[in-house]
Design a binder for this molecule. Structure first.
Ligand code: FES
Ligand SMILES: [Fe+2]
Length: 361
């Protein structure tokens, strides 16, 4: 299937696109963030949501009491139910009101929305679209988040920017050479290498596959934290970036001259990262970078995490500054370059999905 060509002004306006694809799974939290006996609130796609644990598992409800619209998260968990902290209405895990203090009759309309929810490999996903379109085959394969073969420390960052600018960043690794010169990159060779871009049209998650090989480069500062290469290395990055904004990446490096299947002195990593819009202008960012559990130890896991946090703060500062600059003149044109290919294709895919979800008139 060909993507429709779109004009520069359309791409420009998409830089501030406030519309979201709804019929897909968004990560709302890491599993461990939901307390055993309490309430957890987070906004997704401008919708306030409350999460809590029941005997049936984690449940996700609209965080807005149907009585006078107070946040349920200001109330308390009572067993498998939540009681509003204002006038005491109590809701079960399905969102149905089961108690109104001082009133025997409970109207069937006294309920709050319940969101479909799946916990997969420590990511808690909510379905933000039509409940009759729920499709678990669209869940991304975030296997390394929870596998005995991989070790990582889970991370979370909050952005005060639109999610599409973060997707752009994750779809163009040429920025590793400059934004992350002292952390993940270490060489202009990444920006100079050409990425192979392919479309993933399903079945399953749809998106873009980006493959990049960077031969014969110095080991980056990131690897030097836990490897002592005395020669240049060959690096690779192969990742799928799938709707609504999830990166699943194999990456690594091995000494120049080592056979392609010789992992005896290689760095082998798998990373899962996902962006979830909080509001039109703010975003949740969940991430982890795993190493093989048969290589390295807890100290290396910590070093990888520390470097990743450092690098992602570099991204956040750059993207936040970019967003502020765009806001000074949202009509200002951007000049396309070859490195924009993947992010332009992903933006087209998002536009196409958003349009397909609009009600037909
Ligand atoms: S607002 Fe929740 S009980 Fe009144
Ligand atoms: Fe980055």
């Amino acid at each position: 299937m060909n993507f429709p060509t779109i004009s520069r002004p359309q791409i420009q306006s998409a830089a501030l696109n406030q519309q979201f694809v709804r019929n897909c799974w968004y990560v709302i939290a890491w599993d461990h963030e939901i307390p055993a006996d309490g309430l957890f609130a987070r906004t997704v796609l401008n919708e306030p949501i409350i999460l809590f644990r029941t005997a049936q598992g984690i449940t996700a409800l609209e965080d807005r009491c149907c009585h006078r619209l107070a946040p349920l998260s200001k109330g308390r968990k009572e067993g498998d139910a939540v009681r509003c902290g204002y006038h005491g209405l109590k809701f079960d895990g399905a969102g149905q009101c089961i108690e109104i203090p001082g009133q025997a009759n409970i109207p069937a309309t006294a309920r709050v929305r319940k969101y479909p929810l799946v916990v997969r490999n420590k990511w808690v996903f909510v379905w933000m679209g039509d409940v009759d379109k729920v499709d678990e085959s669209l869940l991304p394969d975030n296997y390394s988040c929870d596998s005995p073969e991989w070790r990582n420390i889970p991370g979370y960052l909050h952005y005060d920017t639109n999610q599409m600018l973060i997707c752009d960043n994750l779809l163009d690794f040429s920025h590793l050479s400059y934004t992350h010169e002292k952390t993940l990159g270490g060489s202009p060779a990444i920006a100079q290498s050409k990425a192979r871009i392919e479309r993933l049209d399903g079945p399953g998650p749809r998106g873009i596959r980006v493959s990049r090989e960077v031969p014969d480069v110095p080991s980056p500062p990131f690897y030097n934290r836990f490897k002592n290469y005395t020669t240049n290395i060959n690096r690779w990055f192969v990742y799928d970036f799938v709707l609504p904004g999830t990166l699943l990446m194999q990456s690594g490096g091995r000494p120049v001259g080592a056979a392609p299947d010789d992992n005896s002195d290689a760095v082998i990593l798998h990373s899962c990262q996902t962006v979830t819009p909080e509001t039109d202008h703010s975003t949740h960012y969940f991430f982890q970078q795993s190493h093989r559990s048969d290589t390295g130890n807890a100290e290396i896991t910590q070093k990888i995490y520390d470097m990743l946090v450092l690098a992602f703060e570099e991204d956040r500062q750059m993207i936040t500054a970019q967003a502020a600059m765009i806001a000074t003149d949202p009509t200002h044109k951007m000049i396309p370059i070859a490195a924009d290919a993947a992010l332009n294709q992903f933006r087209q895919l998002v536009r196409r999905m958003v349009e397909a979800e609009q009600p037909q008139v």
